[in-house]
Design a protein around this ligand. Structure first.
Ligand code: HSE
Length: 432
C-alpha cells in the first residue's frame, strides 16, 4: 500500500504523459535568482505537473562567473542574447534596483516574453508602465515576491478578496526593522546594538537606510495601495518615518500601555475619497494581532467590507521564501500564456493621496518639564479623553491622546510646549 503510494507519486502522475517545454531566463544570480534556479531544479517534476509543462532555465544573466556550478554553461553576460532568443518565453528579473532592471523588463515584454520579478523598487517606481506594456502585448507582468517575500498577498488581494471593497491595509513589511524592534522590546537592547546585530546576522545592509528609515516598507505599501486603489501610488508621494529615534523609554511606555512598537505601512481610504498612506512607527495594542509579529517575520492585515480583517503572516524575505513566490509567478505565466492574467493598475491621479496631516489617529506623547499633576491638568484641557501612565523616569508621564487629525495632534504638542511642558517623544497609535 505504502510502496504503491510512494511510487505512484514519485513522478507526480506524469508517467506516460508527454509534456511540452517552456524555456525561461533568469536575470541575476544573487540570493533570490539562485533560489529560483534551485527550486526549479529541486521541485522540477512537481512544478511540471502543476504547470502542465516542463520549465527549463535556458539562460542566467550575471556579470560574474560561476564556473563550479553544474549549470555554469547557462550563464550569459549580454542581455540581448536572451532578448533575441525566440525560444525564451518568460524572463525572471531578480537583479534589484530600477536600472537596468526596468530596461531589461521593458525589452523582454516588447520582445513577447512575460516577466516575473521580485523587485519591489522597480514595481513601486515603474509598475504602471510595465503593466501597461504587458497588457498592450497580451503578456503577463507578475510580482508576487515584491511584497511580503514568501507570503501570498498580491494574489489573495486581487483574486480571493475581489468581491470586497478594501478600506485599509496595515502591514509589518520590513523584516530588518521588525527584528531590531523585537530585540529592543524583548531584550532591552538599544537601537544601535540591535542594528549591529541585524547587520552581523546578514539581515541589514552595511548601509541600512532603506530598511531603518522606512523606504523599503514604503515601496511595499505603495505596491499594495496601487493594487487596492487601481492607480499607481509613487513612494515620493508618501510620508515616511523610520525607527532611528525610538528609545528604550518609548518601548517601556508602550509596555505600560499594553502595546508594542511596530513599523507600520498603512493604507486607508478616507471618507473624502482620498487615500491616506504612510509609513511610521506606531504603538500597536497587544489585543491586535500585528503586535505579536516578531523577529524577521512580516504580517499584513487587509480590511474588506465583506471579509472584515484578514491577516497574512510569514517570512517576508530570504532566498527560498522569496524564490517560492517568484516560481509561483513563473508557473502562472506558463498557465496563462494564451489568457492574460488580470493584474493591472492605471496611472497616478493628481491629488488622490491625502496629506499625512489629515490622518485621524491618537498619539502617544511622553511629557515632562512640570509636575505630573500640572501636566495632567493641561492634558485634560487639551484632549477630550486621555489615557495616562506614570513615568518610566521621575517627573515624567506619558499619555495616549484622543483620536483627532494629525494636524490637531501637532497643535496639542505645540500648546504643551507653550505651557512649559516638553514633548520628549511622540508616536502614532494604530487603530484599524
Ligand atoms: N530588507 C528587506 C527586509 C528584505 O528586511 O524586509 C526583503 O524585502
Amino acid at each position: 500500500m505504502t510502496d504503491a503510494f510512494v511510487s505512484e507519486n514519485k513522478n507526480n502522475g506524469l508517467e506516460g504523459v508527454k509534456l511540452g517545454m517552456v524555456k525561461i531566463a533568469v536575470l541575476g544570480h544573487g540570493v533570490v535568482g539562485s533560489g529560483v534556479v534551485e527550486i526549479l531544479m529541486k521541485n522540477h517534476e512537481g512544478i511540471a505537473h502543476r504547470a502542465k509543462e516542463e520549465i527549463e532555465v535556458k539562460y542566467i544573466l550575471d556579470l560574474r562567473d560561476f564556473p563550479d556550478l553544474p549549470y555554469a554553461d547557462k550563464f550569459v553576460k549580454d542581455f540581448s542574447v536572451i532578448e533575441k532568443d525566440p525560444e525564451v518565453e518568460i524572463v525572471v528579473e531578480c537583479m534589484g534596483g530600477v536600472n537596468p532592471a526596468f530596461d531589461f523588463c521593458m525589452r523582454s515584454l516588447k520582445a513577447g516574453k512575460s516577466v516575473a520579478t521580485s523587485n519591489k523598487e522597480l514595481v513601486a517606481a515603474k509598475g504602471q508602465e510595465l503593466l501597461q506594456t504587458a497588457q498592450d502585448n497580451n503578456l503577463n507582468f507578475l510580482f508576487e515576491a515584491s511584497v511580503g517575500g514568501g507570503i501570498p498577498i498580491l494574489r489573495p488581494i486581487s483574486q480571493c478578496m475581489a468581491a470586497n471593497e478594501i478600506s485599509a491595509v496595515a502591514g509589518i513589511l520590513n523584516g530588518t526593522t521588525n527584528f531590531i524592534l523585537t530585540k529592543m522590546i524583548t531584550e532591552n537592547m538599544a537601537f544601535d546594538d540591535a542594528l549591529r546585530l541585524a547587520q552581523n546576522l546578514g539581515y541589514a545592509e552595511k548601509n541600512p537606510t532603506a530598511d531603518v528609515d522606512g523606504h523599503d516598507a514604503c515601496r511595499k505599501i505603495c505596491i499594495l495601495a496601487s493594487l487596492v486603489s487601481g492607480k499607481h501610488i509613487y513612494p515620493d508621494d508618501v510620508y515616511v518615518e523610520g525607527i532611528r529615534n525610538i528609545t528604550l523609554d518609548d518601548v517601556a511606555y508602550a509596555e505600560k500601555f499594553d502595546a508594542a512598537i511596530k513599523l507600520i505601512g498603512l493604507f486607508r481610504k478616507q471618507d473624502n475619497g482620498k487615500i491616506q498612506i504612510n509609513v511610521a512607527p506606531r504603538m500597536v495594542s497587544k489585543s491586535f494581532p500585528l503586535a505579536g509579529v516578531n523577529d524577521v517575520f512580516n504580517a499584513i492585515c487587509v480590511v474588506g467590507d465583506a471579509t472584515d480583517e484578514v491577516m497574512f503572516y510569514g517570512k517576508g524575505a530570504g532566498k527560498m521564501p522569496t524564490a517560492s513566490a517568484v516560481v509561483a509567478d513563473v508557473i502562472d505565466c506558463v498557465k496563462h500564456r494564451k489568457a492574460r492574467k488580470y493584474l493591472y493598475w492605471e496611472p497616478a491621479e493628481k491629488g488622490m493621496v491625502a496629506d499625512y496631516h489629515e490622518e485621524v489617529c491618537s498619539m502617544y506623547m511622553r511629557l515632562n518639564g512640570k509636575s505630573s499633576e500640572e501636566i495632567m491638568t493641561v492634558a485634560n484641557e487639551l484632549c477630550r479623553e486621555c489615557i495616562y501612565t506614570d513615568g518610566v523616569n521621575e517627573d515624567e508621564i506619558a499619555i495616549i491622546t484622543d483620536v483627532a487629525p494629525y494636524s490637531e495632534q501637532e497643535k496639542i504638542a505645540k500648546t504643551f510646549l507653550a505651557r512649559g511642558i516638553n514633548v520628549v517623544s511622540a508616536m502614532r497609535t494604530l487603530k484599524m
